[in-house]
Design a binder for this molecule. Structure first.
Ligand code: FES
Length: 131
C-alpha cells in the first residue's frame, strides 16, 4: 500500500516536472507572434485611384492614395463611434458634425482626436489592412 502511494506520487511529480519544463521550453523556443492584429481587408494597389480613396463602409476603412503614399484610415469617429463619410475634400461624421482632413486630423469638433491610421502591409501587388 505504502509502495503504491509512493509510486503514484512519483508518477504525478514526473508529470508535473515534464509539463513545467515542456511549457518553459515551448515559451523559449517558439517566437512570439509579431502582429496579433486582424486582417480587415486586402486591396489591389492598382485599384486605388490616384489622389482618391477606396471606401469600405462595412469594414469602416478608407484606403487613400495621396501622391506616392497609400494609407488606411479607420472610419470610426473618435467622438462616439459613428461611421464617418468620405467626401472629395474631407471626412464628415453624420452624427454630430465632426470634420476630419484626409490625413484623419480633426478640423472641427466635437471630436478632439484624429481618426486612427491602420497598419498596412504590402504583399506583392496587394495591400493588407490590419486593425
Ligand atoms: S460620433 Fe462623430 S461627431 Fe459624434
Amino acid at each position: 500500500m505504502e509502495k503504491s502511494r509512493r509510486t503514484r506520487r512519483r508518477v504525478l511529480q514526473t508529470i508535473a516536472l515534464v509539463g513545467t519544463w515542456g511549457f518553459l521550453a515551448w515559451r523559449f523556443l517558439v517566437p512570439v507572434q509579431e502582429s496579433r492584429k486582424k486582417l480587415l481587408l486586402e486591396v489591389k494597389k492598382s485599384d486605388i485611384p490616384s489622389g482618391g480613396a477606396l471606401v469600405y463602409r462595412q469594414s469602416r476603412v478608407a484606403v487613400i492614395r495621396r501622391d506616392e503614399e497609400i494609407y488606411a484610415l479607420s472610419l470610426v469617429c473618435t467622438h462616439l463611434g459613428c461611421t464617418v463619410n468620405v467626401t472629395p475634400n474631407n471626412l464628415v461624421c453624420p452624427c454630430h458634425g465632426s470634420v476630419f482632413d484626409r490625413n484623419g486630423a480633426v478640423l472641427k469638433g466635437p471630436s478632439d482626436r484624429p481618426l486612427a491610421r491602420l497598419e498596412v502591409q504590402e504583399k506583392g501587388d496587394s495591400l493588407m489592412v490590419l486593425g
